[in-house]
Design a protein. Structure first.
Lengths: 380, 232
């Protein structure tokens, strides 16, 4: 995670555009580091926002990265795309078909720096080539590459100019599930190695929870919510929470391996919340991101020794909201807030209950409950 | 076979000169025109496309007739060229170039337009995000990708100018050394029933056409072998 990194060059954007009945009106303040995901259904305007940030689409408003203003209509200022220090990756890769991979990578490098400074960029490019594992491809033509290889080259090419901002528009959307799985680890590595802000457009919540640090939720040309990923996902009042995919993302550390039962103990929020999961070969001390879906969490008013669910966390019911269906409610429980590691405020998990259970258990805000976590998904 | 007469050689050279000049002018005019047509969303686009295509369907003699009127002493173009001290265009080599360019325009613009339209907008946008300005993008991405289109446009423009007859006759007449091109000379020989001389010109044209088409197909089929970008 990148929260420890120093904040720098935040991205500011105030954009407005009208296209027929569609109205885009967004105001964004994105952190100067880590991955900010623009997430929302198709047609919600997230790609338009990204194109406007790049200067490929002209919305009205203001765009600034750190102190550098790229667009300010109030002052009649506009920097064309080729003068913005950004990298851009799209779904279709858009490599230059007449150039081999190496020449594709050098295209931007040559233009981004005078001959004297190209050495430094070349070193950076060599690192990126290594990071993305494309060294064996350098002499190949784009037409001979697989979809995943093409996308890795496109990412390296976008980084070749050593940009101050990386914009990615659904870089995985054109790939089948296998290729996606092949590319995701590279993106995770990229997210950790680059200390520039990355804006990542996606309509897949799976990708977002795996990669993002900051989440911008969009719908119909508007920003519904913008904030740190874990915090935003734990809100019960967002349409995002109303789907089957409602759930939270937690940070944990691999703390113990149990050879007898092939289980791993993960410590969530310090050592306060132990969580036993299937041992998938993670190394001791490794930081992992995990996703706990609301539908996989149930509540009890007392610990359940007779339950097959081994992961039971004490906590406090914090919020409750209507769910997508009249039969169920979505509740937020703060767990691990009063454990031995005194300073921690714990973490929030969401649970989906039937309205009937909620009544029968006489649940209410502020009440002590036990959250039973059936399954979690390890994201990395 | 007896050798060609000096007058026929003069027609050959004149034709080559006319075709080369016209092709050059056509590429200079046709490239920006085709680029504009390929990328514009202007409401004028269909009209412009229709005007460019018109010479394809208009009888050459009709085109030549109106050009003659326009460029003549009482036409607006003629008045302008005279006012500029350029003299009158009809029955001069310059007049032939102007007429040939108009008559051959669709043969140059169409292949260029198709080549330009085949270049995805995203490829150009990628170049822009890699610090390439508009002119740079044109020379480093559009030109290499549209290369087959340029070759086809050049060959068609040249060949069509070589073969033009109706417009040339209307606008240029039949003046040896300045407007009597191959097709007109050939017509003269046939009129004079000098079939041997006509054969020499006609067979030469056939050989020329076959060679040109063969070369064009061979070059366009060969994949581009330079992988690296030419150093600026």
């Amino acid at each position: 995670m990148s929260q420890a990194r120093t904040e720098r060059k935040p991205l500011h954007a105030q954009l407005r555009a009208e296209r027929g009945a569609f109205l885009l009106d967004v105001s964004l303040e994105l952190p100067g580091t880590g991955v900010s995901a623009l997430f929302g259904p198709s047609g919600c305007g997230k790609t338009t926002v990204l194109r406007a940030l790049a200067g490929l689409y002209r919305a009205t408003g203001r765009v600034a990265l750190g102190g550098v203003v790229w667009q300010d209509d109030a002052r009649g200022q506009w920097t064309p795309t080729h003068q913005r220090a950004l990298g851009y990756v799209i779904q279709e890769a858009a490599l230059f078909p007449h150039l081999n991979v190496l020449a594709n990578l050098q295209y931007g490098l040559r233009r981004a720096a005078a001959a004297a400074q190209q050495g430094a960029l070349q070193n950076g490019l060599d690192e990126v080539i290594e990071l993305l594992g494309i060294a064996p491809l350098l002499a190949r033509r784009p037409a001979t590459l697989s979809g995943g290889e093409r996308q890795r080259v496109a990412i390296a090419r976008a980084l070749s100019t050593r940009p101050q901002l990386l914009l990615m528009d659904e870089p995985l959307a054109a790939l089948d599930a296998g290729r996606k799985a092949e590319l995701l680890p590279y993106l995770t590595r990229l997210q950790r190695s680059q200390d520039i802000p990355i804006v990542y457009v996606s309509h897949s919540l799976d990708e977002v929870v795996q990669l993002a640090d900051h989440l911008v939720l969009m719908d119909a040309g508007k920003v519904l919510a913008s904030g740190p990923l874990a915090q935003t996902l734990a809100r019960v009042d967002l349409p995002l929470a109303l789907g089957d995919q409602a759930g939270v993302v937690l940070q944990a550390v691999v703390a113990e391996s149990d050879a007898t039962w092939h289980l791993l103990r993960l410590d969530v929020a310090g050592a306060v919340l132990p969580l036993w999961v299937r041992d998938a070969g993670q190394t001791m001390g490794q930081a992992v991101r995990l996703r706990v879906l609301a539908r996989d969490v149930s509540l009890a008013t007392a610990p359940q020794p007779g339950s097959s669910i081994g992961n039971q966390w004490p906590g406090t019911l914090e919020a409750v909201a209507d769910d997508g269906h009249a039969s169920s409610v979505l509740v937020r429980v703060r767990v691990g807030a009063d454990g031995p590691v005194g300073k921690t405020l714990g973490v929030a998990v969401l649970a989906r209950l039937t309205r009937r259970s909620f009544q029968h258990l006489r649940l209410g805000i502020g009440q002590a409950v036990w959250a039973q976590v059936k399954t979690v998904a390890l994201l990395d | 076979m007896s050798p060609m007469s000096p007058s026929d050689w003069s027609a050959v050279f004149l034709t080559a000169q006319l075709a080369a000049t016209s092709t050059l002018v056509l590429l200079l005019i046709g490239t920006p025109l085709a680029w504009w047509l390929a990328r514009t969303r202007s409401p004028l686009k269909p009209l412009a496309a229709a005007v460019v295509t018109l010479p394809l369907v208009l009888p050459p003699t009709v085109l030549g007739f109106y050009l003659l009127l326009l460029m003549g002493p009482h036409g607006p173009v003629g008045a302008a060229t005279q006012a500029l001290g350029l003299g009158r265009l009809p029955f001069t080599f310059g007049g032939l170039v102007v007429a040939s360019v108009l008559a051959s325009l669709p043969f140059v613009v169409q292949p260029l337009l198709q080549a330009f339209e085949a270049i995805p907008e995203q490829t150009l946008e990628a170049a822009a995000t890699l610090r390439a300005g508009p002119l740079d993008r044109f020379f480093s991405v559009v030109l290499p990708l549209a290369r087959p289109g340029f070759l086809t446009a050049t060959v068609l423009g040249f060949a069509h100018t070589v073969g033009e007859f109706g417009v040339v006759l209307m606008i240029g007449g039949n003046i040896e050394g300045s407007t009597r091109v191959l097709s007109v000379a050939l017509y003269d020989h046939v009129e004079a029933a000098d079939f041997a001389a006509a054969h020499r010109l006609a067979a030469g044209m056939v050989v020329f056409a076959v060679v040109v088409v063969a070369v064009m197909y061979a070059v366009n089929r060969r994949p581009r072998d330079t992988d690296t970008e030419a150093k600026a």
